[in-house]
Design a protein around this ligand. Structure first.
Ligand SMILES: Cc1cc2nc3c(=O)[nH]c(=O)nc-3n(C[C@H](O)[C@H](O)[C@H](O)COP(=O)(O)OP(=O)(O)OC[C@H]3O[C@@H](n4cnc5c(N)ncnc54)[C@H](O)[C@@H]3O)c2cc1C
Length: 311
């Protein structure tokens, strides 16, 4: 299972994880939930804030993500907006904690329309502005990229500190970065979705090369950048590029996912680099878990061995 490259296995693993029987195994069995807890801070906001405080003690900042995507009704989108408002209120009550927020637009009604989505994004951005909390917009699968960039442009007109995630595996990203609002904060990732092969680079080396090129372009164009990767070679490349720049680390930070490469997170924090961890929480953790399982075949192995071991 570990002999094949991840880029070959990932699409199959994502397909397996998409099956209803697999979903039942993951969500309704104790081993399934145990594996989820490796990547998810918990089901409640309180649990997420506890994780944020623990990270803070290790000089790591946090970014809360209330899990959920592709809501079925606009009432669910309203609930998601309210959940984010609660998260922002909790952040406001913890002024010593450096805690950002990340939102997914299909959780806030993007499937209905950009305008529908914006009616829920505005109150979130207004509440975030009151406590100077950074709000980042996650990037979802390719059909949502245009809508997401449109929301970003309109959001930035009123709230210029809103940031966006861009995916290096997507071929169009090389053009999209030239159409971004000037100076907007960008989280650069490799990309986590199962996409048609003609729209993305599929070979791991190619994606890594694109990530490095995009990072360089974003840096040259003056964007604040969140270097969101656990890839040691890319982390090293970023360090080499940013270390010599005067005040370089005032506009670049590392970002990693909760439960992934904790050793590297701690090492960077010890060395004094800015590092923020994405802290997902909530009851709708299954789609997020499938992406984490597929990123590393060993995670799937861990999942199944847990199932067997615990009967
Ligand atoms: C802060 C943050 C926000 C993100 N937001 C988005 C988003 O909005 N949209 C989007 O499409 N993607 C997002 N991603 C996910 C991203 O696209 C990648 O799928 C993910 O980060 C894995 O890629 P990598 O750069 O770490 O490199 P990889 O080459 O996948 O991994 C490098 C090394 O990191 C470790 N590793 C990586 N993933 C795992 C894992 N799941 N379990 C255990 N070890 C692992 C392994 O040691 C691996 O060898 C986000 C990632 C981060 C860190």
């Amino acid at each position: 299972m570990t002999g094949l490259p991840t880029s070959v296995l990932r699409p199959s693993l994502l397909k397996v994880a998409g099956h209803p029987w697999f979903r039942r195994l993951a969500t309704q069995t104790t081993p399934g939930r145990a594996v989820a807890l490796r990547f998810v801070a918990g089901e409640t906001l309180e649990e997420a804030m506890t994780v944020a405080r623990d990270l803070d003690r290790g000089r790591v900042t946090a970014m809360l993500d209330h899990l959920g995507e592709n809501v079925a009704t606009l009432i669910q989108a309203d609930t998601a907006r309210d959940d984010y408002l609660s998260a922002l209120a909790a952040i406001g009550r913890a002024p010593m904690l450096d805690c950002a927020v990340s939102i997914k637009l299909t959780q806030l009604g993007l499937d209905a329309s950009v305008d529908d989505c914006l009616t829920r994004v505005w109150p979130v951005l207004e509440a975030a502005a009151e406590t100077s909390t950074v709000v980042m917009i996650d990037m979802e699968s390719h059909p949502y990229v245009d809508g997401t960039l449109e929301v970003l442009r309109r959001a930035c007109d009123r709230f210029p500190k809103t940031g966006i995630c861009l995916q290096a595996y997507l071929k169009r990203t090389a053009q999209d970065i030239f159409d971004l609002p000037p100076g907007v904060r960008v989280r650069l990732v490799k990309g986590a979705y199962l996409e048609p092969p003609d729209l993305v680079y599929t070979a791991k080396d190619e994606v890594n090369r694109r990530w490095a090129e995009l990072f360089t372009t974003l840096l040259a164009r003056g964007h604040p950048i969140d270097a969101a990767t656990h890839d040691p070679r890319l982390v090293e490349g970023v360090r080499r590029m940013v270390d010599p720049l005067e005040a370089g680390w005032s506009r670049v930070e590392f970002q990693m996912l909760y439960g992934v490469r904790r050793d590297l997170q701690a090492q960077l924090a010890r060395q004094g680099y800015p590092i923020r961890v994405y802290v997902p929480y909530g009851t709708e953790w299954y789609p997020y878990l499938t992406r984490r399982l597929a990123e590393r075949p060993a995670n799937m192995w861990f999942f199944f061995s847990n199932l067997v071991r615990r009967g």
